[in-house]
Write a protein that binds this ligand. Structure first.
Ligand SMILES: Nc1ncnc2c1ncn2[C@@H]1O[C@H](COP(=O)(O)OP(=O)(O)OP(=O)(O)O)[C@@H](O)[C@H]1O
Length: 325
């Protein structure tokens, strides 16, 4: 899949979405709240089946509102969408979601909480409840803590239990809204690893995040949102494919190094004091290093820096990726 860049103000069709091979397709999906605020503006999203799809955007960019529309929790103002190639209502039994963490009872065990949670679902077959709860606990790595009270769970375990609650039935799609928000580093690692494991089993995972690095680490694909509009979507690699790879040289002789890079024909050479950077273009980094050494430039460090999703965001919007707003 190639990256699709969206120009601000580009028209967006609201034709009924097709794409049976996609886990989610939205066309012109829009939510305008009372008072006139457009939270999601003509969103055209295609989430391939089997992907770990990072829905990335600063706080307030419309991620939660989109997820709530996808799950039928809030009605769109305009546009259409399909889930697993069918109308969302039909697909929902095959979709697990953690949007606002379920309220668990602190004094009950993880297993007892899941039994109660399952009992509240009228579509869940009673006869298989115990087995499904055991399977879900196993899937999130909580079998060993099944009998432990929820209040004694770590933050990571609590979030894994919430994900287990979303996996009590057979799911083709798992939707997670900011699953690492508020977690400690250990819990964050646990949840990121779990997302990858669930995806490895064949479930498509649609996960929102305001953390660029998290999406880069965890996801195969991403869509980037900014103030309700889609900025770009595609595989992680394709999103940054158009941006330049740079070479970064740490040296006490930045001016000398910059001269060598210029002479070699590297472009956009920047003398940043303790380091010099330039677009690598077709140059081999080892040749650049050899040329610097031949000229007597002391090279303390040399790195090839690939563009990050942050560079993609800055390149497309001209703004920094501000996680606070
Ligand atoms: N019920 C509502 N009524 C009015 N405005 C709302 C409502 N829900 C969300 N908004 C506004 O819509 C915009 C998008 O919010 P949304 O929660 O979807 O963003 P988000 O990217 O999920 O951010 P966050 O991670 O902070 O939740 C925000 O400006 C928010 O204030």
């Amino acid at each position: 899949m190639t990256a699709v860049m969206h120009e601000a103000g580009a028209p967006s069709g609201a034709a009924p979405p097709s794409g049976a091979d996609a886990a989610i397709v939205t066309r012109g999906l829009t939510k305008r709240f009372k008072g006139g605020q457009v939270a999601v503006d003509a969103l055209d999203l295609t989430v391939p089946r089997g992907s770990v799809f990072g829905f990335l955007g600063p706080n307030g960019s419309g991620k939660t509102t989109t997820i709530r529309m996808l799950l039928g929790l809030v009605a769109p103002t305009a546009g259409a969408h399909t889930v697993l190639g069918m109308p969302p209502v039909q697909a929902l039994p095959r979709v697990g979601a953690v949007v606002e963490g379920p309220a668990f009872y602190p004094y009950l065990s993880g297993a007892a909480n899941l039994m109660r949670f399952d009992a509240a679902d009228p579509t869940a077959p009673r006869a298989t409840a115990r087995r499904r709860v055991a399977d879900a606990l196993d899937r999130v790595g909580l079998s060993g803590a099944a009998g432990k009270r929820y209040r004694n769970y770590s933050l990571g375990m609590r979030q894994r239990l919430a994900i287990a609650a979303a996996l009590l039935g057979p799911r083709e799609l798992l939707v997670l809204d900011e699953p690492t928000n508020g977690l400690d580093p250990q819990g964050t690692r646990e949840v990121r690893a779990l997302v990858k494991e669930i995806a490895a089993d064949g479930t498509t995972v649609f996960v929102s995040s305001h953390l660029l690095a998290e999406v880069e680490q965890m996801c195969t694909h991403a869509a980037i949102m900014r103030t309700g509009r889609l900025v770009a979507q595609g595989t992680i690699a394709s999103l940054s494919a158009g941006l330049a790879v740079r070479i970064q040289i740490e040296t006490p002789d930045a001016a000398g190094a910059a001269r060598v890079l210029d002479r070699l024909g590297l472009t956009d050479v920047r003398d940043e004091g303790a380091q010099v950077t330039a677009e690598l273009g077709g140059h081999a980094p080892e040749r650049v290093n050899a040329a610097l050494v031949e000229d007597g430039i002391a090279v303390r460090g040399l790195a090839v820096v690939r563009p990050s999703l942050e560079d993609v965001f800055v390149g497309l919007t001209g703004e920094g990726f501000d996680v606070d707003g």
